[in-house]
Design a protein around this ligand. Structure first.
Ligand code: MSP
Length: 495
């Protein structure tokens, strides 16, 4: 029998009290550079986006979740050369590593876009042509510094002792004819949209940071490169390739039919949430809205900027050898626990430090000894005493459920997870206090009542943590919906 038939509702049954059905929700991650394999920084953003996508689907919203890869530009071309491969051959291989990592982490994107996809290339061509036709581009000479690691032009002021602070490399001196975008024309409008939250930038400190950037003086920027050969040619001047950032940002609209399928495009655009870390905030908060306005499209509705994390107190980098591969974590802990461990370490909108040594500790205390133990001892007692599941009163108050949903909606993932773990602790305590294993046959009714209460507690909790730990959620709902409950292999075996 299907789960839906058995319990009259599936895992996606919303546990909401203010049902707000069928809103559309379009969420994106950055598209990641394929110069190297994915690491847990990329996984962090992608898991968070997946939590939001699952949460909104569970709520009944119409969700589109987009992720993908940024495949053109000098940085990727240099990595291909180092690997002794042609760029396309190289990216075709690396992109598979991203697909595998997202599969291992149980990511439910609706689309995986690659900037080498013909549909993206076509949409970008139309967008650039429109910019040109609208008179928003002009030719000029660019002379300055370029950091290939960042794929961006830099000013002397941004350097530390002449080096890019992020990549610890000297930027290249560049002099060439480029097409420039008339950014200046849109700055006041973009600033106003941000100030009035029509482009909603969260958390508040990040909105403040963006507004501060307007004071520094932002100039028109170059949208094409003559010397970078791995890229998409400008339709009106194929001697130039489109600057990789300008082209990459457009993935958010090329994936939903820009220039090709207006109905589909309008179904999803504007994006409800572009998720990212602050390293790429300026591109998303200022350049992207300005480019959209210049072709007559709406800016995105919202940006959420999560923290940047270090590993055991150090910046994650290949040379330090501290890069964590998400597949290794999944192998060690499973996908649900990896998702849990990533999002429960520190508040989502703040910088933080990931301590790998704490993973095992937290896994054992919260998942193995907390949730896993609650489920396994409850199932064991239900099975041993041949108790059938009856519909019990929902033991978690509406207020608690609403608060947890609200925490997820406001990106307070660590708080939501803490609230859920508090419920696990309460249920474990209730079970200890009632000690149904001590009750004799004379008290079998009480025994059945207590265990039914806990079973109902478990299924409600499982629905609450579904966006974070979908596999455990499904299996607990299935197991404790009854009518007969069987003890199963431990959900989260102790490490
Ligand atoms: N290709 C561009 C994005 C283009 S979007 C139109 C890019 N790619 S990236 O591979 O460098 O990914 C950057 C993003 O990866 C960050 O914004 C963040 O989402 C994630 N993270 C990478 N390292 C991270 C941490 N150490 N901590 C948190 N997030 C991290 O920039």
């Amino acid at each position: 029998m299907s789960l839906r038939a058995k319990c009259g509702a599936s895992i996606t049954t919303p546990i909401y009290h203010d049902l707000n059905m069928n809103k559309k929700f379009y969420i994106t991650t950055p598209i990641y550079y394929v110069n190297d394999q994915p690491h847990i920084g990329h996984a962090y953003t992608t898991v968070a986006a997946d939590v939001l996508a699952r949460f909104h689907r569970q709520k009944g919203d119409d969700v589109f979740f987009l992720t993908g890869t940024d495949e053109h530009g000098a940085k990727v071309a240099e990595s291909a050369k180092l690997a002794g491969q042609k760029p396309k051959e190289f990216v075709d291989e690396v992109v598979e590593l991203y697909r595998i990592a997202w599969k291992n982490l149980n990511i439910t994107h609706d689309e995986f876009i690659r900037t080498t996809d013909p549909a993206h290339i076509e949409a970008v061509g139309k967008f650039m042509q429109k910019l040109m036709d609208n008179g928003r581009l002009y030719e000029d000479t660019y002379e300055g510094l370029y950091c290939v690691g960042c794929e961006k032009f830099m000013t002397e002021k941004e350097l530390v002792d002449g080096y890019c602070p992020d990549h610890r490399k000297k930027p290249k001196k560049i002099k060439e004819k480029n097409y420039f975008f008339k950014l200046a024309k849109y700055l006041d409008q973009v600033k106003d949209l941000i100030q009035t939250d029509q482009i909603n930038i969260q958390p508040a400190e990040m909105k403040k940071e963006v507004l501060g950037l307007f004071k520094q003086g932002l100039g028109d920027f170059s949208v094409s490169r003559q010397k970078v050969k791995w890229g998409i040619p400008l339709p009106f001047d194929p001697a130039h390739n489109i600057y990789v950032w300008v082209e990459a940002l457009q993935n958010y609209i090329s994936a939903i039919g820009y220039g090709d399928n207006r109905d589909e495009f309008e179904r999803w655009w504007p994006a409800d949430c572009h998720l990212m870390a602050k390293d790429i905030l300026k591109f998303h908060a200022i350049y992207w809205p300005a480019l959209l306005l210049a072709v007559g499209e709406k800016p995105p509705k919202g940006l959420f900027i999560h923290g940047f994390f270090s590993i055991n107190g150090q910046k994650m980098s290949k040379s330090l050898g501290n890069v964590i591969n998400p597949n290794d974590l999944v192998e060690q802990y499973g996908s649900d626990a990896t998702r849990y461990l990533l999002l429960s370490q520190f508040p989502f909108g703040q910088d933080g430090d990931i301590k790998e040594s704490l993973f095992a500790e937290k896994y054992n205390s919260d998942l193995a000894n907390g949730l896993g133990n609650l489920a396994s001892r409850t199932a064991k007692l239900l099975e041993k005493n041949e108790i059938e599941i009856k519909s019990a009163k929902q033991p978690i108050s509406d207020k608690v459920i609403d608060d947890i949903n609200d925490q997820i909606e406001r990106y307070k993932f660590d708080e939501a997870l803490k609230s859920i773990m508090r419920l696990v602790a309460e249920a474990n305590k209730y079970l200890d206090q009632e000690a149904p294993w001590k009750l004799t046959e004379a008290d079998s009714e009480r025994r059945s009542e207590v265990l039914n209460n806990v079973a109902s507690w478990i299924t409600t909790m499982a629905r609450l943590f579904y966006p974070f730990m979908p596999i455990a959620s499904h299996s607990l709902v299935e197991q404790f919906t009854g009518p007969k409950v069987k003890k199963e292999e431990g959900l989260f075996p102790r490490k």
